[in-house]
Design a protein around this ligand. Sequence first.
Ligand code: MTE
Ligand code: HPA
Ligand code: MOS
Length: 749
Amino acid sequence: MNNIDSYTHLRGESIYVDDIPLQAETLFAAVYDSPVAHGKIISIDVSEAEKIKGVVRVITAKDIPGENQIGGIVPDEELLASTHVHFCGMPIVLVVAETEEIARTAVKKIKAEIERLPVITDPREAKEKGELIIPPRTFKLDNTGDAWKDCDYIFEGRTETNGQEHLYIETQGAYALPQENGSIKIYSSTQGPTAAQRTAARVLNIPMHQIEVDTTRLGGGFGGKEDQATTWAVMCALATHLTKRPVKYCLHRMEDMRMTGKRHPYSSDFKIGLNKELKILAYEVSFYQNAGAAADLSPAVMERTLFHCTNSYFIPNVKATAYSCRTNLPPNTAFRGFGGPQSMFVIEAAIAKVAEALNLPATVIQEKNLIQAGDEFPYGQKADSEAPACWHKTVELYDPEKLRQEINEFNSNNKHYKKGLAMMPICFGISFTKTPMNQARALVHVYTDGSIGISTGAVEMGQGVNTKIAQVAAGIFSVDLKRIKINSTNTWRIANTSPSAASATADLNGKATQMACMEILKRMKQVIADEFNVSATAVEIKEETIFINNEKTDWDWKKAVMATYLRRVSLSEHAHYSPPGIHFDATIEKGHPFAYHTYGTAIVIATVDCLRGTYEFDAVKVVHDFGKSMNEIIDRGQCEGGIVQGIGWMTMEEIVYDKDGKLRSNALSTYKVPDIYSVPKEISIHALETTKDNLAILRSKAVGEPPLMYGIGAYFALRNAIKAFNPAAEIAFDAPMTAEKVLMALYGK
Ligand code: MTE
Ligand code: HPA
Ligand code: MOS
């Protein structure tokens, strides 16, 4: 079934924040942001800016009526810098003017005198200096200390993974409108409307019920709008509060790249031990997370790094420690995978190191150590594992042994082109790692003409959640999908929402929708039963027709709806869902945090041009655990998009900050993302359909984030291709593997 948004998308009629027709009197905002990464503000001179015709108000920290604080987990981030700046791009002054051009011209006239302070960009240096966002955390399984003596092979190493720019097509933006009695309505391109509402209330010092946040859809979020969309929503609300006029701010691409955080870079150390049979017996790992200048979501991201430190392997002795390190970069934030990809890279690098040293394919070690049903993750949850099933189906379907032979043949026949193959199993826990966030609500109205309006906390960002929710309702009522409208996400209709994130949006909001629809259906059936003088169990609605004891009646859906209304029975329901059975105790770092896990295995094949260092991906062949997909088109799209985004992170996307903390890769001319030419020539996705019960909506497992991690295989496929050209190459585990790095490795010692 097609995405319900495809019609307006293709016609260019879908509405994003920048498309909302403007109200009269609308003002435009722009931010003056810090030119230095760390310093003390000595003075700010806005006099030249204020003189410009059309500038309506210049706002600094002292104009904020409430708390100058936007930190969600840790209160450590000011909306507008008051005394110190902590990263290049930190907002200091907010200008509002009659036009966008005037606002941006005025910003250029602002002068700030800032006394420079030492800049830290490296997480290990931050840790040495005691600059930690929260105390370190350690996850343990059994005892690594005792296990080393049983190991026949022990290897140690270090890895680096870089950040990643979200590059949602729609940049950050918001549009705030004044309402009666000091209320404010904010249209925001946010994954977390409630976060924007809560923070606006805090900054303006007004109750949350005065702030209405409304989100129709996003032109992509990828985690970048889970927390950081709040900033711009609150900026606009603040300016509206102070001017009593509508205020809009949609960031230009370079503003967005400069001022917002990205995926967290990590530096990590590992130690891995195996016995002669290649069973991994022990694994120790330390993660140095580059959090940037404020906590943002870093503590939660760090937690997921620990959860996924063994990927889809069972390792009996594990010790994993993570440090969230404060540096002078923009606060890094959620990005598809949420810290999971970063730790999966490390265990894969550890396995690759062993394989290269023992001169055998990594796949031999990977396969031997796949987590089996009943095995324990380091955090205490027992696996209901599809890891072996996905792996073996991959082998059966795509025959990697044969592929490897073909590659060997190609490599011996070609001097300047070499191919490499890697397999990448994945395992991703589904649920917010913070248990209380796993809740959602839905409000369903059936109107007297038979049409249905649904509101939930889910935000549509291209992942197709609205289509899935409409499918849920259409299925329960057994009505045509055309009868259903999914409304914008709005904090006055649905309160206290968790952000649309953690791949759990369809599960949580879909289940709430399911509950609300079931309740309405139950009432309608009782009304029909009363009319026909039968019991409610005799009533069924099938494809908009009413059946009594399996016999067709002359009643249809619309008639049943009207009958329910005339009997004064409610056709509306607000339902609340929270998944059962999940818990986690952070004092002992044990529990059952995930409703379930999503698994899969990919084969990635790369071809390297050994004269130029450039490369292509011939194929990504996947077996993915969908449970039972409720929408194959959408789910395949999520897989394909995730794979390409993952490959981008591992290969060509290179974020560069200089030692002064200035972003050098600050535009699309200096930051390369995969385009149509760098997409793998083949992406095959086979659905592993399982019949097991799970907590997913209609047993359709969450698919938003997990496929990104197949992209990690691209790094190792490239590594294997390089080794085919230069077996002596010593290649640091340092992603992304850009063409420059490939070239160096091809001709390095
Ligand atoms: N797909 C599209 N097209 N656009 C996005 O912004 N975000 C990803 C993923 N897929 C994203 C996407 C991220 S980071 C998450 S957490 C999930 O979608 C969120 O949606 P879900 O919970 O409905 O899977
Ligand atoms: N995933 C994504 N976003 C989150 C999470 C998570 O586990 N926890 C808090 N925000
Ligand atoms: Mo996704 S990183 O959980 O928004």
